[in-house]
Design a protein around this ligand. Structure first.
Ligand code: ZN
Length: 683
């Protein structure tokens, strides 16, 4: 591990924060906290914390000694002074005299001693920081250190590396008891530069930010050097010759790991999947012994709330035998759920305070020959699970290379998984209506597509923005936090590739808005075939290609689905010389009914929006100007030329798509969004 410390950067932090009234101690604490937090081999998604003891002025202008310690909800990689709330140190130190303290009392005590009532909750390891005397304390869950200490003889291995430079703390769950144990062990070893918390992580201490950080760099480097010596190689297991692809297997898996469903309501509590692969992951999932080493437990206790204690291990998927694999997955998920129920019942029985069982579905899935998936309620949560899974691959690979991976036992993992202070990290805000669903919007770079993509994102869906113009799709995707995918909807291979990309990104597809379209004109008696065929390619065949790909994925998932189409007023009420546009749109309107009829049995709904006179790719600013001028109207009056005299916008169309996506008992419906046009109204 390379030190990232720079005297110049440190001085810059001190100067920059001085302007904000932040003292040098805290400015440097921010600096090295970021250095640690930016290295995923040290700190991953909330694992780790830091502190500094300093003196600040309170509201009365009096000096008060405080502990500035990492607050919950802050990422160490981009922390600010506000992410290191100040807690009065004297009362914290006095707590050491108590014999025991409940978690709730500890959290409350920390809060009432904050200098800022609006500050985030200080870390669950605040007391540990407070009970030690050092000015700067750094704590991380280093990958290399965990490989060394997640072993049956972890303490002996660590002693071989660190000797008496650190003290060794047997596993105790974080909180008051751990803080007391650490303080007692430190008192017996007052000269140490750090602490090894077996099966948990490492602390380093120093009188300066530079010293504490430098010790961390040195100790992690020593662990890395030890892991590089006397390594055993891993034996590979047998794999079938040809393997199925991620695009083929992800929807099957996604259907099997859905958390709950209500067939009559037409609702499913789904998970989003994040796929990862690479040489290190494949070496791990393909190992002959993977069924042993992958099922022992988490690398460090706080991972359990993100990944559960063990991943779901599946058989390798053979190419061309997906039905058999789907059966294997279902059986493996059933076994996983049964194992989780047993684990919960066994451990809850010994719990003093009875717990409520969490959902029993896996958060990490290993697929030999292919890679691994992280699972979660959102793409963000799935990515966190996948990041931790990749980190776990590294910890276990290195642990097994020099010995045998052995983390904390089941009872300790249960206590951590069901610890209220850990569950609080996950938050409990209500989910948005389309959370856990993947929505694909074609023509996503245009006005209606962009408004629709944004509306679905606001409702909590993970959105894939498809457009022939990748740059246009990227602009929209960036704005809404979605995924841009290049797609020429008139090329079936491009459509297939785009859906494969969406499946690789999110695990499947639940909602499709087949929106891409363009208008061709010409009197039907004289228009050339080429114009008509071109329009049919985009305004009919592209809808069919998109809907067919979506249906294939939805059937593989077995968790219903929603097909939405942008049809047109032309499909119902032909406009003069708009035959080349209206004819394929009329066929697409019928396509909606056919999908509803043929796939209602799968719970797949098909609906459409019939919109008119909306500024978009179909009705450009130039066209609006020309048409309003030809009619002697202002642009606003032209656009509002409907029964309600209201201008209809792309956002109104987007709202109609969102409504239809949620209308679980509506299929084969065409919703008109045109301000009222009696000739185009549907009966
Ligand atoms: Zn920790």
């Amino acid at each position: 591990m390379q030190s990232q410390w720079s005297d110049k950067d440190a001085a810059d932090y001190v100067a920059r924060y001085a302007g904000q009234g932040v003292n040098e101690d805290l400015a440097l604490r921010v600096y090295t906290t970021r250095l640690l937090g930016r290295d995923p081999k040290l700190v991953l998604h909330g694992g780790g914390n830091t502190s500094v003891k300093t003196v600040v002025k309170d509201q009365l202008g009096e000096d008060v000694e405080v502990l500035c310690v990492k607050g919950s909800g802050w990422d160490m990689g981009n922390i600010e002074p506000a992410g290191l709330p100040a807690v009065r140190l004297a009362p914290i130190r006095k707590l050491r005299a108590l014999d025991a303290m409940s978690d709730e009392a500890m959290v409350n005590f920390q809060r009432i001693n904050l200098l800022d009532a609006g500050a985030p909750n200080p870390s669950v390891e605040t007391l540990l920081h407070g009970f030690l005397p050092h000015k700067y304390i750094d704590h991380v869950h280093s990958t290399a250190v965990l490989s060394l200490i997640d072993q049956p003889d972890g303490e002996a291995l660590a002693r071989e590396v660190y000797g008496d430079r650190v003290a060794y703390v047997p596993y105790v769950m974080p909180g008051f008891a751990l803080a007391k144990a650490v303080a007692d062990i430190f008192d017996a070893n007052p000269g140490v530069e750090g602490l090894i918390l077996l099966q948990h992580g490492i602390f380093t201490m120093g009188e300066t930010a530079d010293q504490a950080y430098g010790r961390m760099v040195e100790f992690v480097s020593l662990a890395e050097e030890r892991l590089a010596r006397q390594r055993k190689t891993r034996a590979a297991g047998a794999l079938p010759g040809a393997l199925a692809t991620v695009a083929e297997i992800a929807p099957i898996l996604r259907g099997c790991v859905a958390i709950a469903r209500d067939a009559n309501a037409g609702t499913v509590k789904r998970q989003i999947l994040d796929f990862r692969t690479g040489p290190a992951i494949l070496d791990y999932v393909n190992g002959a012994d993977v069924a042993r080493y992958s099922q022992i437990g988490v690398a460090t206790p706080d991972h359990t709330i993100r990944t559960k204690n063990w991943p779901l291990l599946l058989p390798a998927p053979q190419a061309g035998k997906l039905d058999a694999w789907a059966g294997d997955v279902k059986a493996a998920v059933d076994a996983y759920v049964a194992r989780y129920h047993d684990y919960f019942a066994r451990n809850n029985a010994r719990s003093v305070v009875k717990k409520t069982e969490l959902d029993p579905m896996p958060r990490v899935v290993l697929v030999p020959g292919v890679g691994l998936f992280g699972l979660g309620a959102s793409a963000k949560d799935a990515a966190i699970a996948a990041d931790i899974a990749e980190n776990t691959v590294e910890v276990i690979t290195d642990a097994e290379a020099i010995g045998t991976f052995q983390p904390i036992g089941e009872a300790d993992m249960f206590d951590m998984e069901y610890w209220s202070l850990e569950q609080a990290k996950l938050g409990k805000s209500a989910e948005k209506p389309l959370a856990r669903q993947v929505a694909v919007v074609t023509g996503g770079g245009g006005a209606i597509g962009a408004a629709t993509a944004a509306a679905f994102a606001r409702q909590g869906a993970e959105v894939a923005v498809l457009d022939r113009d990748l740059a246009a799709a990227q602009v929209v995707a960036k704005k809404i936090g979605g995924r841009a995918v290049a797609c020429d909807v008139t090329d079936p291979r491009s459509v297939r590739a785009a859906f494969d990309a969406v499946v690789a990104a999110f695990g499947g597809v639940d909602i499709v808005v087949s929106n891409a379209g363009a208008a061709w004109q010409g009197a039907i008696g004289t228009v050339d075939d080429e114009t008509l065929r071109k329009s049919f390619e985009l305004n009919f065949w592209a809808h069919q290609a998109v809907a067919q790909n979506a249906t294939r994925i939805m059937q593989a998932q077995g968790t219903y689905g929603c097909l939405l189409f942008n049809v047109s007023k032309q499909a119902v009420n032909p406009g003069k010389e708009f035959g080349p546009y209206g004819l394929p749109k009329a066929a697409t309107l019928f396509l909606v009914k056919q999908y509803a009829l043929d796939h209602g049995k799968d719970g797949i709904r098909a609906n459409a929006v019939n919109a008119d006179r909306i500024r978009s790719g179909l009705l450009t600013d130039d066209m609006v100007a020309a048409r309003s001028k030809a009619r002697g109207l202002s642009e606003a009056d032209y656009l509002a030329g409907n029964l309600l005299k209201r201008e209809v916008t792309a956002a109104d169309v987007a709202d109609a798509f969102v409504y239809l996506a949620g209308a679980a008992k509506t299929t084969a419906a065409i919703v008109t969004v045109d301000g009222g046009n009696i000739e185009a109204s549907l009966r």
